[in-house]
Design a protein around this ligand. Structure first.
Ligand SMILES: [Zn+2]
Length: 1066
């Protein structure tokens, strides 16, 4: 059957190619037209696969040679070519092979006086030009000159032809050589004038598609440097900026505004970032002979040369990315399976025995302590019994002056003071109101304490398009109306004299505090400031995290801030994420908390570039602007603004003290040691948490020692403060009096490094350590000198393995800036090979699928966690991360990176909400619950543990309950982001703008048919000469209902129709 169908179509196509009989050809064209005008694109693709394009092109060549040209054949042929060609990816090549470019061009030339025929030729021309090479050939052969004869100033006559010409020109201008040729011939200026003319005369917005088409021409032509320069010279910025103002209030002009803002952003003259150097203000002399200048990695930003080649790179970014991802997969089975040799002498591991005192502890002090414990137990009993929300009531100041790194040109200036950590409101009420200055400072440092926010109030609102337009146009106004711009530097780490005293009426900025990183603030207009973040120490990049103080604000005024040196190509700020703010006056009034803040937030590529001199080898790097507006809650307040809820090193140290003091020492074994000193001389804490043995009896002590290990870490990337909040939730749960925590402690020994990169956190880095290295890319061969925390964390893990105690679970807590939800990355050989398309011999490779159990459990018990977002692929570019190295070298099957969003959730209970610290902490405690369930599922358990667990967790019920809930919310939704990404078009060089939309041209062609039927008057005058409407009506008769062809079955499988062709009058 299928063969018959195919042969039917093939007979039809070959007859079309070879027949000279006009009636036969007309009949075939009519059948094809009917076929393809019904149903979906699948039919067209089928026809293409059977050589449809070639047959039609061949028929065109033949028909065009006939003298005089027979338009009754040519017109349906051209329509079919336009419809088929736009869906044929190789159409351009086929046109060249059939040597049809000249034929189409000369057909168009001959029909300059006949608009209907000309329109048909232009459609095909446009489709041919969608292939850049063919477009270039057409350009060389004079296609643009031809089109410019057709494109007229505003006129109601022949608008279809004008539209077809403009759209064909836009397609031609995708070729850079065409764009250059067009600029040289002065067409750019012409296009601008035409656009102005249509804009001014089309007051009723009847010809939006013509205006849009002209803008598309301008958009493509300005992809070349020469085009941008000429555009500026022709006052293009002013013209588009002025005309678009009339469009902003009109609802249906969105497509126009979108393209105009894209062109304006792209053509805005590039400027170097207004700083003396992109290199961090702070530098740190490295020990030994280590090189102080780490190579610049370009992996995260996107780069653009100033030359001509910048634009035509990725027309389809997503496609390229997914290919790159697959290419990145490790496909070498031997590499995946082999365990590398130890990176250090075996003897060196001995030193880590001291970090496992629990293994040799004899608990001699057990008896003597019991009295003290008794009294303690009384105390703890009276604590509020909400264990997972354990909020210690005591304030601890055990580290009053933590020695922290001092550096920079003026040592001592970056005077880090340790926040006096307080976790309760009561503390604030004790403040001495007379000493307001002290209070403010204290409250500010206390800013790390977070009250819960009601998630219902922090709903994710998708970015309205006009927000982005307003911000971009405001930026362009700086160029158009330079007199408006104040341009006064009001804060500058490099030039302290700028910073004080502030000019009247102007905000005062400050960032020399722990985790602060503002480098420079420039007042642009009265209520608008450009902000520049400092690069990571010893580096010139990684700008993302920000944290600074601002004061002297007015009430009820929306201030606009632009963080102008962001690097990532997109941000959750475009999908509803807000930054966070802490108001000292609010704190003094009893509301000490960080809140999500900011409105009209958007994120887009700006006109700043990293120049060669400033960027030290990363010339041409693009920057992005994070723009947001804020109304401050009080006049003359002191406020703190940050990328995300801060969590400083000092906060953590205080928190550890509080946890230790408030635990029940009879039940909770708590060990706090120093893993090592960091490069900056800060101690990196290592915690051991488990249950105290039930007694000194041998059995109990043995059980104590033999508990499997769980190894957790966080904050290797200092900007990922969300990871610390998750870790806080884990720690609080682990030491809490919750009976589940009690049971969990009896099951495991927890080794925890809550902050792997204290130096980075203290200095306000986003990604690196003081050496300028990403510490999570050093795990293969960490240097004991440069990466001490990684060296020793790995050492401890290797030691555990060497004594046969490799952890059951390893998890490194991170934050993910591009995605929503919380999820795990793990490692699987088979999934990696499958994904890479390698043949997997399951007999040779056996793999324990136990790595999937924990994420599956978390999907059910943790509301923010989404299994679908998890991935278990081993990428080459990740071979030196903790996850991959611990999996491969330490042999931990369940080795994970846990990624938590900065933003919110797209699935489950928190769908559509931004996460606050409470939800992040909840994730940390649910992770613990997940570990307990994992233990019960995967390990042999004592009857005792099982019985207790059964009492505590009504497991089955809980799990089914959660499953239902998460299913009902998640099954339908698979999309990660709302669709506004395309609207904003982050990459202004991109040529994808919906102009190649099939349905639009199809619609044009369809409309043309009915137009031919009805014959409008003004077109009729020209048409009547060569082609009567009667003839046309006869020609299209077969496409009308009731004609013989409607008998063809219209089954959705579509191809069944071809069997009928055998009997068609061929
Ligand atoms: Zn990270």
């Amino acid at each position: 059957m299928a063969e018959q169908e195919a042969s039917g179509l093939q007979v039809l196509l070959s007859t079309l190619q070879n027949s000279r009989n006009k009636d036969v050809i007309l009949n075939i064209l009519s059948v094809l037209t009917d076929l393809l005008s019904l149903g979906t694109g699948r039919r067209i693709h089928y026809v293409i696969s059977k050589g449809g394009s070639e047959a039609l092109l061949q028929a065109l060549t033949t028909a065009a040679r006939t003298e005089p040209p027979d338009h009754s054949t040519l017109l349906p042929l051209l329509r079919l070519l336009a419809r088929v060609g736009q869906r044929d990816r190789k159409f351009g090549l086929k046109v060249q092979k059939a040597e049809a470019t000249d034929i189409i061009l000369s057909l168009a030339r001959r029909n300059l006086g006949h608009h209907l025929h000309l329109t048909h030729c232009l459609w095909v021309l446009r489709v041919c030009a969608s292939n850049v090479t063919t477009g270039t050939t057409l350009g060389i052969n004079g296609a643009m000159e031809l089109l410019f004869k057709v494109i007229t100033p505003y006129s109601k006559r022949h608008v279809r032809t004008v539209r077809a010409a403009i759209e064909a020109l836009a397609a031609l201008l995708k070729s850079k050589s065409n764009s250059r040729r067009a600029v040289t011939r002065g067409y750019l200026d012409g296009l601008l004038r035409l656009y102005q003319d249509w804009h001014h005369n089309d007051v009723s917005n009847n010809y939006i598609y013509i205006r849009k088409g002209l803008l598309l021409c301008l958009k493509h032509i300005t992809n070349v440097q020469l085009g941008r320069e000429t555009f500026l010279g022709c006052r293009g910025m002013e013209i588009l900026f002025t005309t678009v103002q009339d469009c902003l209030s009109c609802k249906n002009l969105d497509p126009i505004i979108t393209i105009v803002t894209q062109i304006l952003r792209k053509c805005y003259p590039k400027e170097p970032l207004p700083v003396a150097t992109a290199r961090s203000f702070y530098s740190f002399p490295l020990p030994g002979n280590a090189k102080a200048e780490p190579p610049c990695e370009g992996s995260e930003g996107d780069y653009e040369s100033d030359g001509e080649e910048e634009a035509e790179k990725n027309l389809d970014n997503e496609d390229v990315e997914s290919k790159e991802e697959d290419y990145d997969l490790e496909t070498d089975v031997n590499k995946l399976r082999s365990r590398p040799v130890l990176d250090r002498p075996e003897e060196e591991l001995g030193q880590y025995e001291a970090m496992c005192p629990e293994l040799s502890h004899n608990f001699q002090e057990f008896e003597s302590e019991s009295e003290e414990e008794k009294s303690f137990e009384d105390r703890t009993e009276s604590l509020p019994s909400a264990p997972s929300r354990f909020i210690p009531s005591a304030v601890s100041v055990k580290h009053p002056n933590q020695s922290v790194t001092e550096m920079g040109p003026d040592p001592g200036e970056k005077d880090f003071q340790v926040p006096l950590q307080s976790w309760t409101k009561k503390e604030k009420s004790r403040w001495d109101q007379t000493d307001e200055k002290r209070d403010i400072a204290e409250a500010a440092r206390d800013a790390d304490s977070c009250e819960e926010e009601d998630p219902a109030r922090i709903t994710l609102r998708p970015l309205p398009k006009d927000t982005a337009w307003d911000k971009v146009l405001d930026d362009v106004r700086r160029l158009i109306q330079p007199d408006d711009v104040i341009g006064r530097t009001v804060f500058d780490l490099d030039e302290p004299s700028h910073s004080s005293p502030a000019a009247p009426g102007c905000l005062t900025f400050f960032s020399k505090f722990e985790s602060g990183n503002l480098r420079k603030a420039i007042q642009v207009r009265e209520f608008e400031y450009d902000l520049i973040m400092n690069a990571d120490v010893n580096s010139n990049q990684h700008h993302q995290w920000f944290y600074f103080e601002v004061r002297d604000m007015k009430l009820a005024v929306p201030y606009r801030f632009n963080v102008i040196n962001c690097e990532k190509f997109n941000s959750q700020f475009n999908y509803g994420m807000q930054l966070v703010m802490y108001s000292v006056k609010e704190a003094l009034q009893g509301r000490p908390r960080w809140l999500r803040a900011g409105h009209d937030i958007c994120y887009y590529k700006n006109h700043y570039r990293c120049s060669a001199a400033v960027g030290e080898g990363v010339r041409g790097r693009c920057y992005y602007t994070l723009a947001f507006s804020i109304k401050f809650p009080h006049k003359d307040d002191v406020c703190y603004l940050a990328y995300h809820y801060p969590y400083t090193y000092s906060t953590m140290m205080s928190h550890l003290d509080i946890l230790e003091q408030n635990r029940n020492p009879k039940k909770v074994y708590w060990g706090q040691q120093t893993l090592c000193q960091t490069l900056g001389g800060n101690p990196c804490p290592l915690l051991t948490i488990t249950a105290m043995p039930d007694s000194k009896k041998r059995d109990d002590l043995e059980q104590f020692c033999n508990r499997p290990y769980v190894f957790l870490m966080a904050r290797v990337h200092p900007g990922e403060s969300n990871a610390s909040w998750v870790m806080k939730g884990t720690l609080e749960f682990l030491v809490s009096s919750d009976p589940i925590a009690d049971l969990l402690r009896k099951c495991f020994i927890f080794k925890i490094i809550p902050m792997l990169n204290p130096d980075g956190v203290i200095n306000g880095n986003h990604r690196c350590s003081l050496s300028g290295d990403d510490l999570n890319r050093q795990w293969l061969t960490p240097s004991s000198q440069l990466h001490p925390t990684i060296y020793h964390a790995k050492g401890l893990l290797c030691y555990l393995r060497s004594i046969g105690r490799a952890p059951l679970v390893f998890c490194d807590y991170h934050g993910h800036s591009q995605k929503k939800n919380v999820f795990l990355y793990g490692c699987s050989i088979k999934e990696t090979l499958w994904q890479a398309g390698c043949m997997v011999d399951t007999a040779v490779i056996t793999e324990d699928v136990g790595y999937r159990t924990l994420p599956k459990i978390l999907d059910k018990v943790a509301p923010a966690f989404v299994m679908n977002s998890c991935s278990f692929l081993v990428e080459k570019s990740r071979e030196s991360t903790a996850r991959v190295v611990v999996w491969k070298e330490v042999g931990v099957l369940r080795s994970y990176t846990m990624e938590s969003t900065y933003c919110g959730c797209s699935h489950g209970l928190y769908k559509g909400l931004q996460l606050g610290t409470q939800e992040l902490e909840e994730m940390g405690s649910k992770f613990c619950l997940g570990l307990l369930i994992l233990h019960l599922k995967s390990l042999p358990c004592s009857k005792n543990v099982m019985a207790q667990a059964a009492l505590l967790l009504d497991l089955e019920e809980e799990i089914t309950d959660r499953t239902q809930r998460s299913c009902s919310n998640s099954c339908l939704e698979t999309d990660d982001e709302p669709p506004c990404a395309e609207e904003l078009d982050y990459d202004t060089d991109s040529c994808s703008d919906g102009e190649g939309d099939f349905s639009e041209l199809d619609q044009e062609i369809q409309e043309c048919l009915s137009w031919v039927e009805g014959q409008t008057e003004d077109e009729g005058a020209t048409m009547g000469q060569t082609c009567s409407s009667k003839a046309l009506r006869g020609l299209y008769m077969s496409s009308q209902p009731g004609s013989n062809s409607t008998a063809l079955p219209l089954s959705p499988t579509a191809l069944g129709v071809y069997s009928g062709f055998e009997s068609s009058p061929a």
